[in-house]
Design a protein around this ligand. Structure first.
Ligand SMILES: [Zn+2]
Ligand SMILES: [Zn+2]
Length: 398
């Protein structure tokens, strides 16, 4: 049986059972004790060459082929995340979360089960490839600061020539199993900016004597619109908005403090830098004109993911071949969320490719992180085929 999609379909029942087990027992970032134990035990059963636990709740497996080495890469890494979210599940599924206020609402249960499917196929196909595939089961994607930086620091990218990741999205069932691929920018950075605007406070009758933090905060909000309107090149996208604001005491008292916090996103490191520089310019300008003190506290989150053009152009035709043209869609637009998959590449320089899979639904299309989001398990073999066939192709074996 040489067709990878057929092989993946043949193990679907087993992979569905694993997925449902993980779905029913979600664990949040850094607490994935049961999940990582299940992963390690399953990998052991499948007979991978090496199982490592670089952090308490992450698992890395290595599988080396026995065929003569082709002329491709020496080592390809495949990454899944394994953590859940603090959401009360409302899907009504038979295998719904058994843990209150915790749910696999980002599809990481699907990712994790598919990665175990990859392990099962690759261990049974050692005679068909040379080179090494590394399977990274990463903890804590959805809980900041994300597990990928820890894994890079632990050395999981040593010797890796390319890394692939895949994320499911809920979709129409006609599209179930369709792989979305795009070169260049694919997910955004995600940063937080907090402004603390302070003055001495005073009587409402003395606006000429007492600096007004509320007016200053309003000016900051409006001036931040300059980021997209004037600072960022017109064809690049950026988001910066204040989403929480607090301050003031009473109608006749000039406020002494306003605190506001918001988020900023960009697809390019250069644009992210422009946002940062403009934020500080705005703060200094408003400080000057208002007489208030403006303090900025920045928290830098995940880097934007950038899909390597070389990986894109070799993986795309291969996917069309193994999945069929109709199961591959070139995405014109990047996704509007952020992912710590980015750090495997930005911290090491290793080329990366992050794919999307339209995974159908059981009760309507819902966004990720929604209490009612569901996926169609018929998508699973397509994700497995995508990862396994791309890895083998990049190793130069097929
Ligand atoms: Zn998520
Ligand atoms: Zn996710």
């Amino acid at each position: 049986m040489d067709n990878i999609l057929d092989r993946a379909k043949a193990i679907q029942e087993e992979i569905v059972a694993i997925r449902r087990d993980i779905h029913a027992h979600p664990e949040m970032g850094h607490q994935e004790v049961r999940t990582s134990k299940l992963i390690a035990e399953t990998l052991q059963k499948y007979g991978v060459d090496k199982i490592e636990t670089p952090t308490p709740t992450s698992v890395v497996a290595t599988i080396t082929g026995k065929a003569a080495k082709g002329d491709g890469l020496k080592c390809v890494a495949l990454r899944t995340d394994i953590d859940a979210l603090g959401i009360q599940e409302e899907t009504g599924l038979d295998f719904a979360s058994t843990v209150p206020n915790m749910m696999h609402a980002c599809g990481h249960d699907m990712h994790c089960a598919m990665m175990l499917g990859n392990a099962k196929l690759l261990t049974s196909m050692r005679d068909q490839f040379g080179g090494t595939v590394k399977l990274i089961f990463q903890h804590s994607e959805d809980t900041f600061p994300g597990g990928s930086r820890e894994l890079v620091a632990e050395g999981v990218m040593k010797g890796v020539d390319a890394i692939l990741g895949l994320h499911v999205i809920s979709s129409e069932n006609e599209k179930c199993g369709t792989i979305g691929i795009k070169d260049g920018p694919i997910t955004t950075s995600a940063d937080e900016y907090e402004f603390v605007v302070t003055g001495p406070g005073g009587h409402g009758s003395m606006p000429n004597k007492v600096p007004d933090p509320i007016l200053a905060a309003a000016e900051i909000i409006v001036m931040l619109q300059q980021v997209q309107a004037r600072a960022v090149p017109p064809l690049d996208a950026s988001i910066i908005m204040m989403n929480k604001i607090q301050g003031g005491h009473a109608p006749n008292i000039i406020a002494d403090k306003v605190t506001m916090v918001g988020n900023a996103r960009a697809y390019k490191a250069e644009v992210r830098k422009i946002i940062e520089e403009t934020v500080y310019k705005v703060a200094r300008g408003v400080e000057e004109i208002s007489g208030c003190k403006v303090q900025v506290n920045a928290t830098f989150g995940y880097d934007p993911c950038f899909n390597d053009p070389g990986l894109y152009s070799s993986v795309l035709p291969n996917l069309k071949k193994v999945l069929g043209e109709e199961k591959v869609e070139i995405f014109a637009e990047p996704m509007a969320f952020s992912e710590d998959f980015s750090f495997y590449s930005t911290l090491t320089g290793v080329p990366a490719l992050f794919l999307l899979m339209e995974a159908g639904n059981l009760n309507g299309v819902q966004p990720l992180h929604n209490a009612q989001v569901t996926f169609n398990e018929d998508a699973l073999p397509y994700g497995i085929t995508t990862m396994v066939s791309s890895a083998l192709m990049l190793l130069g074996n097929r």
